[in-house]
Design a protein around this ligand. Structure first.
Ligand SMILES: Cc1ncc(COP(=O)(O)O)c(C=O)c1O
Length: 406
């Protein structure tokens, strides 16, 4: 009998694991479907519906039979609307040729990485990082290099650490910046971005600046794009943004990249031979989203701010929990180290902690390990105040149980 040889997966695919945030949300949903009263803080999307004015525009697109392939890089009206947005909100002047519309910010990042990375090129990023960055780098056959940050310094990359990482990793080509950040909610100031920009210019580093949480900033924090630091910096930055978070449009799948024309057009080629254009109806509705914004967007931001304040104040009251106050996005990342070191339940890692919390108290958090930050957990506050209150009560009971048995 003929023996069939198993087909080996590519090295790049063997490096890739499922997104821990998506798999946790799936497990929490499974438990919910089985009738268990789970409170999930693992979701990475607004819990609001897409605003009516955007939905109405999508209906119009269907009725007008705007349902065929479009230009791969995005319809001209949308690329023009994105240019207007970047000028209005970020002081950045681009032409439509410097814009690539992709199926989500995720795809915009991957297209950009594939456009610029060769084998063995190194891509710098802060830890904690957004879960997908290391895998996106692996898909581009490049290697991630991690720059540690800490709670005491607001989880921000320190210029000296960036310079050290570049010197120690001579194949460094790209730095991924994410402000406001997932998972920490940190927002870089203009001065901090200037210091980082100076080093990137000195060492010829391209910055992929993921600004997907731009609209969700609180108190006096202000979103600044690193591309706006100087014309020189703009020439070495790819700005990534999209509609998922600001407009509650995660399922519509639209993001974009803005940057130097040669890189944008190379990324466009990658897209042309993989996904082609973004869904035509989504593109049509996004022109409306960007050009005719109503007050529903600001209302969502104000509600996120209210939840952040509540969650932060309550977490601060819990003994032995450390907590950085996020200035943006919709995540908060408290430190749980004391509990990992002081329990008799063999809970030693953030993964153990989250698994037990879900199994026993039906609360889903994402382990800091998923973001390269052991000793922490991430809450998403894209959840109602009632759920946040109930989830926090259960979280506090779990902490008390751990502390009592030590
Ligand atoms: C930091 C960051 N970048 C990008 C994305 C993906 O955005 P999109 O839905 O536009 O692909 C997410 C989603 O969670 C994110 O947290």
């Amino acid at each position: 009998m003929e023996v069939k040889m198993a087909i080996k997966l590519s090295n790049r695919c063997r490096l890739i694991k499922p997104s821990p945030t998506l798999s946790l949300s799936a497990k929490a949903k499974e438990m919910k479907d089985a009738g268990i009263d789970v409170i999930s803080f693992s979701v990475g999307e607004p819990d609001f519906n897409t605003p009516e004015y955007i939905k109405a525009s999508a209906h119009k697109a269907i009725d007008a039979n705007f349902t065929r392939y479009t230009n791969n890089a995005g319809i001209p009206e949308l690329r023009q609307a994105i240019c207007e947005k970047l000028l209005r909100d970020n002081g950045l002047k681009y032409s439509p040729k410097e814009i690539l519309v992709s199926p989500g910010a995720k795809a915009a990042i991957v297209n950009s990485l594939i456009a610029v990375c060769d084998d063995k090129d190194q891509v710098l990023m802060a830890t904690p990082y957004w879960v997908s960055y290391p895998y996106q780098v692996a898909l581009a056959n490049a290697e991630p290099v991690y720059i540690p940050t800490c709670e005491e310094k607001g989880y921000k990359i320190q210029p000296a650490d960036l310079e050290k990482a570049i010197k120690e990793n001579p194949c460094s080509k790209v730095l991924i910046m994410n402000s406001p950040s997932n998972p920490t909610g940190t927002v870089y100031t203009q001065a901090e971005l200037s210091d980082i920009a100076e080093i990137c210019i000195k060492y010829n580093i391209l910055v992929i600046s993921d600004e997907i949480y731009e609209r969700l900033v609180y108190d006096d924090a202000k979103h600044i794009s690193i591309a706006s630091i100087s014309e020189e910096m703009k020439q070495r930055t790819i700005v990534i943004n999209g509609v998922s978070k600001a407009y509650a449009m995660t399922g519509w799948r639209l993001g974009y990249a803005a940057g130097p024309g040669d890189i944008i057009s190379a990324g466009g080629m990658v897209q042309e031979h993989t996904t082609s254009c973004v869904n035509s109806i989504t593109q049509y509705a996004c022109v409306t989203a960007l050009k005719e914004e109503d007050d529903s967007i600001e209302k969502m931001r104000v509600e996120f701010a209210r939840r952040r304040d509540f969650l932060y104040e309550e977490l601060k009251k819990l003994p032995h929990i450390t907590c950085f106050k996020p200035q943006g996005a919709f995540y908060i990342m408290p430190g749980i180290k004391w509990y990992l070191e002081n329990n008799n339940q063999n809970i030693k890692t953030s993964d153990d902690f989250c698994a037990k919390l879900l199994d026993k108290y039906y609360v889903a958090l994402v382990s800091g390990n998923s973001f390269g930050m052991e000793g922490t957990v991430r809450f998403s506050y894209a959840n109602s105040i009632e759920n946040i209150k109930e989830g926090l009560n259960r979280f506090a009971s779990f902490l008390a149980e751990l502390a009592s048995g030590r």
